[in-house]
Design a protein around this ligand. Structure first.
Ligand code: ZN
Length: 303
C-alpha cells in the first residue's frame, strides 16, 4: 500500500465502508467505521448499555455482510433467544442504508446484562438475504460462541464454507462502532498447492488485522488505519461507500398495511378514536390516518 493511496482518497472518518483486495492474494478485506448512523439507531430508545453496545456490533456486522454480497438487495441479521432481549434485528442494503432495533422483554427494560450470552440467552442468528432479482434465502446458526464476531465466523464456516475473520468494536462514551472483515476468496483452480498458499496468505492478513486497536479504529481515518496495518502489502481500494441511517418506513407503507385490515374494523377504530395511529418500531415515527385518508378503501370494501 502506498502513501499515495492516502492522499488521493481522503474521506470522512466515520460512517464509511471501505473494501479492498490484497493484490496477488486471494484475500479481501473490509473496514467499517460508524458514528452518526449508530447514534441515529440508538436515539430515543433508552436501551440499556449492554443492548446499545450489542446493537452497534450487529449494525457493523450487517454492513460487513452486506458488502460481501455480489448482487443488489438487502440483508437482515436477527438475533433471537430466551434472554432479556426478545430479538435484535438490523437491516441493510447494497447502498449501505441501514436501520436496526432491539426489542426487550417487558420486564427487562433495565437489564444490566452485557455479554452476548447474557443478553440473548440460548438463541439463534438468522441471516435473511433478499436479492432484488431472485429468491430470498435464509441461514440460521445457533449462537454458541462467546461473541457476535465469533458467531459470524462460525456462520461463514458452516453455511458458506469460506474462511473469514471478523473484528467488532463498540464504544459507548464515543458513541462509535466499527469493525473489519478478512475473507479468503478461493479461485476456481482448486489445486491443493494453491489452496495452501491462499490459506497462508489469509492467515498472514488476519494476523496483521488482528493488531487493530479500538482507539485506532475510532480515531484514525480509514486510509491512515489501512496504511498502518497493511503498508507492506499491495492493496487495491474500492471507492469508499457512505453508510447512512434510513428507516424506510413511510405514510404510504402504513396505508398499505391498514388496507389489509377489515373495513369494519377500520370504521370501528375511527368511530372510537377519530384516527388510526401507527408507530414505526424502528424509528418511533407515528403516522396518523383520519377518515379522509381512509375513506377510499372503506367504501371500496363496501362495494
Ligand atoms: Zn421508521
Amino acid at each position: 500500500m502506498s502513501k499515495n493511496d492516502i492522499t488521493t482518497n481522503t474521506i470522512a472518518t466515520t460512517d464509511v465502508l471501505n473494501r479492498y483486495l490484497f493484490n496477488d492474494m486471494h484475500v479481501r478485506g473490509e473496514l467499517v467505521q460508524l458514528s452518526k448512523s449508530y447514534q441515529s439507531i440508538i436515539k430515543n430508545h433508552n436501551y440499556p448499555l449492554g443492548v446499545r453496545l450489542l446493537l452497534g456490533e450487529l449494525m457493523v456486522a450487517t454492513c460487513l455482510l452486506s458488502a460481501t454480497l455480489k448482487f443488489e438487495g438487502e440483508i437482515t441479521v436477527q438475533l433471537q433467544g430466551d434472554g432479556p432481549i426478545g430479538y435484535m434485528s438490523v437491516n441493510g442494503d447494497h447502498n449501505q442504508k441501514i436501520r436496526g432495533i432491539a426489542k426487550l422483554k417487558p420486564d427487562q427494560a433495565q437489564t444490566t446484562a452485557n455479554s452476548l450470552n447474557e443478553l440473548i440467552g440460548k438463541g439463534t442468528m438468522v441471516i435473511t438475504i433478499r436479492p432484488e432479482k431472485g429468491e430470498a434465502y435464509q441461514g440460521v446458526v445457533a449462537l454458541e460462541e462467546e461473541t457476535l464476531a465469533e458467531c459470524l465466523v462460525h456462520y461463514f464456516e458452516v453455511s458458506e464454507q469460506i474462511p473469514t475473520k471478523i473484528w467488532l468494536f463498540s464504544d459507548d462514551d464515543k458513541q462509535q462502532v466499527a469493525g473489519s472483515l478478512v475473507q479468503l476468496l478461493p479461485d476456481g483452480d482448486g489445486s491443493n498447492e494453491n489452496l495452501t498458499q491462499q490459506k497462508s496468505d489469509f492467515e498472514h492478513i488476519s494476523q496483521l488485522t488482528n493488531t487493530i486497536k479500538a482507539d485506532e479504529v475510532f480515531s484514525l481515518e480509514a486510509q491512515a488505519l489501512l496504511y498502518r496495518l497493511y503498508h507492506q502489502e499491495k492493496v487495491s481500494l474500492f471507492e469508499p461507500q457512505t453508510v447512512s441511517y434510513q428507516c424506510g418506513c413511510s405514510h404510504d407503507k402504513c396505508l398499505v398495511a391498514i388496507s389489509q385490515v377489515e373495513s369494519t374494523e377500520i370504521e370501528s377504530i375511527l368511530a372510537e378514536q377519530s384516527k388510526i395511529s401507527m408507530t414505526c418500531d424502528y424509528c418511533l415515527t407515528t403516522y396518523d390516518f383520519y377518515y379522509d385518508d381512509l375513506k377510499s378503501f372503506i367504501s371500496k370494501h363496501k362495494h
